[in-house]
Design a protein around this ligand. Structure first.
Ligand SMILES: [Zn+2]
Length: 307
């Protein structure tokens, strides 16, 4: 069908409502707004057939859209949905000043720019660049790695030395669900994150790349080295941290696999796996992970590493 350009002025409340609806129903904002518009004005008449219709999903010329990133999205996939071609991800990256196409996160609002006008004869076909490095929903970068779902978070920065990773900090979330933690870490206002969260059922979500600095330890020190965020990896266990809430065996086994994998990958010693309570400054500032058997974890990681 032919694409028509529509200028739509909506107020903040309608926009927020549509955005929330788009999130919960997994649709794009333009789909939701299109439905609202159809409800309001009645269905638009079918346009006359044209000899060479543009793809139905193509962005209308001259109109920028917005899109809210969902878990598992990639820039290439978003470009395919909006432009019919994953290779056009560069348009979205440029419009949103994204330098690393892997660094998008669920909840992030992206501007989807219109396709550039191409008046006159089509330009000669340029070689199609490869699609960006994708962030598949489940990445298994090494044979011994447990299944890990990349969810991303905007809350990270660079480590002083990207290769200086030699400690693991175990936390309890004080939050009841994995989804709740993912949403919180996806909120830029939260200013907190961890590298991984392990759910009660053993699912593992990754929020920040190991080489980047997640924000979990706060004022801290381990083996006389301050600021553990600089050189530590943070793992959150979903648990209320009230001393009553249990850590199910599935959760412990997933955490054991994750810690073993990370120790092998970064040459971390099991003795440098500690709880937030062990490193917080001043001592006693933190109690998590309350009730979790860290000594058992260290022993089992040691056994699994075969050292
Ligand atoms: Zn903590």
């Amino acid at each position: 069908m032919a694409i028509r350009n529509v200028t739509l002025n909506i107020n903040e409340a309608v926009y927020e409502q549509a955005l929330a609806k788009a999130r919960t129903e997994g649709q794009t904002l333009s789909q939701i707004l299109g439905e609202l518009l159809t409800e309001w004005a009645g269905p638009l008449p079918e346009p006359p057939a044209t000899p060479s219709p543009p793809p139905a999903e193509a962005a209308p010329a001259g109109v920028a859209r917005t899109y809210t990133v969902k878990a598992g999205d990639t820039l290439g996939g978003i470009a395919r949905d909006h432009y019919g071609s994953p290779a056009k991800y560069t348009l979205i990256a440029e419009a949103n000043q994204i330098t690393d196409p892997r660094r998008i996160w669920a909840g992030q609002l992206l501007t989807i720019p219109p396709l550039p006008e191409t008046p006159g004869p089509p330009p000669p076909q340029a070689p199609v660049p490869p699609a960006p490095a994708t962030t598949p929903t489940t990445v298994t970068p090494a044979p011994d790695a447990p299944p890990i779902t990349w969810v991303g978070s905007p809350n990270f920065n660079r480590r002083p030395d990207r290769k200086d990773i030699w400690a693991i900090v175990i936390h309890a979330t004080a939050n009841g669900s994995l989804e709740g933690v993912i949403n919180w870490f996806n909120n830029p206002q939260a200013q907190v994150s961890a590298h991984y969260t392990v759910g009660k059922d053993g699912r593992i979500a990754q929020h920040v790349h190991d080489e980047d600095r997640a924000w979990h330890a706060g004022k801290s020190s381990w083996k006389s080295k301050p600021n553990v965020n600089n050189y530590g990896l943070g793992i959150e266990l979903v648990n209320l941290n009230d001393g009553q809430d249990a850590y199910p065996e599935e959760q412990h086994q997933a955490n054991l696999q994750l810690c073993t994998y990370l120790c092998r990958k970064h040459l971390i010693k099991p003795e440098d796996i500690m709880g937030h309570l062990d490193i917080a400054v001043p001592a006693g500032r933190k109690t998590d992970p309350r009730g979790y058997d860290l000594e058992r974890l260290r022993q089992e990681v040691t056994a699994a590493l075969g050292t």
